[in-house]
Design a protein around this ligand. Structure first.
Ligand code: ASP
Length: 403
């Protein structure tokens, strides 16, 4: 997101809080109060519908594009299996840890929105195997139309793999890459109305809930940061120390440029050259390994993003008084793992992809607006965590290859 748009979103967020609180204090029988809340509702809906419109195309095109551009998937062999295996299992762990923490802290619990909870609770949750079976689409085009995200993801990955393993696919690759650019451009156009949408949605929340919303939002914000740090210290660092045989201090000193760069750009993709330089210069990672694992990591490895999505989903469920069932958690873990794979390594996409996770468990997209106002700083932090993961996996794979 452009810098001044970020500022506008933040100001709109603050303004929405103030406007909402003031509106909330007006006497309930006032006509103007009802009219204003109705207007905020409308403005918010407009923004949400435009975001919703983009979720399927973003996932579909960015995944095909990302996977199709991986160099020579079929010839990857050991390095590929190892790095993809670690990337996916750490993301899986990241989202599981974030759900665990979220269930202990329960951000948003103190604040129930007026929402038809009955509509959301699935009366007979499908069985686990049924869920797995359901990932395979009977008709992939129907999945696209109906927005069946897991099915769309599976199909997109298969197309990507097929394109990458076939010869002479350059024009098709270019088509998907261009189309991906087009979707990203549409996203940036839509983002022009984001400050207005955020203002309306936040205004409405605070007008109906009052100031107590702030406490819950701070809880959400702090919890994401805590889980991000936990993941780095208790998952990445032990792997670096025991498998990579590198001291923690040396590790951080060696990747500090990449950390700073990712923090300030909020973009894993833009950081690729710096990450490559760090691992090659400071940890003597072989060129053939780094040049595969680093770009791959920047495309599919987004543990920080998955963590935010996990905490945000529980936060939003609490906010709307929705009880998540066991099946929902399985679904969140699967979807967030896949959503983070499908997230483009550029600023602010993770929060749009949150829509996919929310949709999968039947939560209202409106929740995105509540967390979007505080997402800028979290994006900077989670991108640095994403990059730390990429370097960790690169170093560990390099070590295991040199044995
Ligand atoms: N900005 C993140 C990255 O580039 C993606 C996201 O979570 O928005 O890694």
């Amino acid at each position: 997101m452009a810098n001044n748009l970020t500022k506008k979103i933040f100001y709109a967020f603050l303004l929405g809080i103030i406007f909402g609180i003031v509106l909330g204090y007006l006497p309930p029988n006032l006509n103007i109060k009802e009219a204003l809340i109705g207007f905020l509702n409308f403005g918010g809906e407009v923004f949400l519908k435009t975001i919703k419109m983009l979720v399927v195309p973003i996932v579909f095109f960015s995944l095909i594009n990302g996977v199709a551009n991986l160099k020579n998937i079929s010839a990857l062999g050991r390095i590929g299996v190892k790095s993809i295996g670690i990337y996916i299992s750490t993301t899986f762990l990241a989202i599981s840890i974030s759900l665990l923490f979220s269930n202990i802290v329960n951000p948003g619990k103190g604040l129930i929105q007026n929402f038809e909870t009955e509509e959301l609770n699935v009366s007979n949750p499908p069985k686990f195997l049924e869920v797995l079976l359901n990932i395979i689409p009977e008709n992939p085009f129907l999945s696209l139309v109906e927005g069946q995200m897991l099915q769309v993801i599976l199909f997109a990955i298969l197309i990507g793999i097929a394109i990458s393993s076939l010869k002479n696919m350059n024009s098709l690759k270019k088509f998907f890459s261009d189309f991906n650019d087009v979707i990203m451009k549409i996203l940036s156009i839509i983002m022009i109305i984001a400050p207005f949408g955020i203002f309306c949605l936040i205004g409405k929340t605070f007008a109906t809930q009052g100031a107590s919303s702030i406490v819950e939002l701070i809880k959400y914000f702090s919890l994401v940061i805590i889980v991000l740090l936990f993941h780095v210290f208790f998952i990445y660092l032990p792997l670096i120390k025991f498998y990579g045989k590198i001291e923690v201090k040396k590790f951080f000193m060696g990747i500090k440029e990449a950390l700073l760069f990712s923090f300030s750009t909020s973009s894993s993709s833009a950081t690729i050259p710096v990450t490559l330089d760090c691992v090659k210069k400071n940890f003597e990672v072989k060129d053939n390994i780094a040049s595969f694992t680093v770009p791959l990591g920047a495309t599919i490895n987004m543990d920080g993003t998955a963590i935010m999505q996990g905490v945000a989903t529980v936060f939003i469920a609490n906010l709307y008084g929705v009880n998540l069932l066991f099946f929902d958690y399985v679904s969140i873990i699967l979807t967030a793992t896949l959503a983070s794979i499908g997230t483009a390594g550029v600023p602010g996409v993770g929060i749009i992809m949150l829509g996919m996770v929310l949709g999968q468990v039947g939560l209202p997209l409106e929740g995105i607006a509540i967390v979007m106002g505080v997402d800028r700083f979290l994006d900077m932090l989670r991108t640095s965590v994403n990059i730390t993961g990429d370097t960790m996996v690169t170093i560990v794979v390099n070590k295991s290859e040199s044995k």
